[in-house]
Design a protein around this ligand. Structure first.
Ligand SMILES: Nc1ncnc2c1ncn2[C@@H]1O[C@H](COP(=O)(O)OP(=O)(O)O)[C@@H](O)[C@H]1O
Ligand SMILES: Nc1ccn([C@@H]2O[C@H](COP(=O)(O)O)[C@@H](O)[C@H]2O)c(=O)n1
Length: 217
C-alpha cells in the first residue's frame, strides 16, 4: 500500500433544509470532479440512505413517522461506515425508497477515497458524526423557496400528493427545521446562498478539493 492509499480521507458534509439544494450542489461537484479524480479519488454518500428500515411496520404507521427528527436515521451505522472508509475498508451503503418509506434489498459498494462528499439534513445534529467531518457546508436557502422546490420534487419523484406534502410540512418538516437544522448552521465552516446552482461556491469547493488531492493540504 502506498502513502496516498494510507492518507486519511477528507470528509465534506453538505447540510441544510430539505430541498435547499444539498443533493444538486454535492452531486454537481462530484460529477464535475469524477473524470479528473477517478473513482479512487472521490465518492458521494447520502444521509437519506441511512433512514431506518421500517419493514416491520404497516404502511399506515410508516406514513406517520417523523422523518425530520435525528432519531429517524441510523446514525450509528453511518458513523461506523465513515470509520471503515477512513480505515481503508469498503462499505455496503444501504439504499432507501421514499415511496415505501423503507430500505430496499440492494446495497451499493463504496470504496475508500481521498475525498468523501456526504449530504443530508441532520448530519450536524450528531456530535460523533460532526467531529468526523473536515469541512462543513450549510446551504442557506430561504424556507419558502425550499417548500416550492419540495412540492415540485415530491410530486414528480417521490409519489406524494399536495395534501400529504403540506400536512407533513406543517406537522414535522417546518418545526423540525427550526428545532434541529437551522441551529446547526452555527457549526458550519461555509454558508452558501442561492442553492445548488451557486456556480462560484461550486468552483471554490472544487478548488479546495483539488488542493487537498494534489498538495495533500
Ligand atoms: N438554485 C436552484 N435553482 C433551481 N432549482 C434548484 C436549485 N437548487 C436546487 N434546485 C432544485 O430543487 C429541488 C431540490 O433540490 P435538492 O438538491 O434535491 O435539495 P436537497 O438535497 O437539499 O433536498 C431539485 O429538483 C433541484 O433540482
Ligand atoms: N420516507 C421518507 C423519508 C424522508 N422524507 C423527507 O425527506 C426529507 C430529507 O430528504 P431531502 O432530500 O429533502 O433532504 C425530509 O425532510 C423528510 O421529510 C419523507 O418525506 N419520507
Amino acid at each position: 500500500m502506498n502513502a496516498d492509499q494510507l492518507a486519511k480521507p477528507t470528509i465534506i458534509a453538505v447540510v441544510g433544509a430539505s430541498a435547499s439544494g444539498k443533493t444538486l450542489f454535492a452531486q454537481t461537484i462530484y460529477d464535475e470532479l469524477l473524470p479528473e479524480l477517478g473513482e479512487q479519488g472521490i465518492s458521494i454518500i447520502k444521509e437519506d440512505s441511512y433512514y431506518r428500515a421500517q419493514d416491520d411496520l404497516p404502511m399506515e404507521e410508516r406514513i406517520r413517522t417523523n422523518y425530520d427528527h435525528p432519531n429517524a436515521f441510523e446514525h450509528e451505522l453511518l458513523h461506523q461506515h465513515l470509520s471503515d472508509l477512513t480505515a481503508g475498508k469498503a462499505i455496503e451503503c444501504p439504499t432507501y425508497c421514499y415511496k415505501t418509506h423503507t430500505r430496499t434489498a440492494e446495497t451499493v459498494t463504496i470504496n475508500p477515497t481521498k475525498i468523501i462528499l456526504i449530504e443530508g439534513i441532520m448530519l450536524l445534529t450528531n456530535e460523533q458524526l460532526r467531529s468526523s467531518f473536515d469541512i462543513k457546508v450549510y446551504m442557506d436557502t430561504p424556507l419558502d423557496i425550499c417548500l416550492i422546490r419540495r412540492i415540485k420534487r415530491d410530486t414528480q419523484e417521490r409519489g406524494r400528493s399536495i395534501d400529504s406534502i403540506t400536512n407533513q410540512y406543517l406537522e414535522t418538516v417546518r418545526p423540525m427545521y427550526y428545532q434541529f437544522i437551522e441551529p446547526a448552521k452555527a457549526h458550519a465552516d461555509i454558508v452558501i446562498t442561492r442553492g445548488g446552482k451557486n456556480r462560484m461556491a461550486i468552483e471554490v469547493l472544487k478548488a479546495k478539493i483539488r488542493q487537498l488531492t494534489y498538495n495533500n493540504n
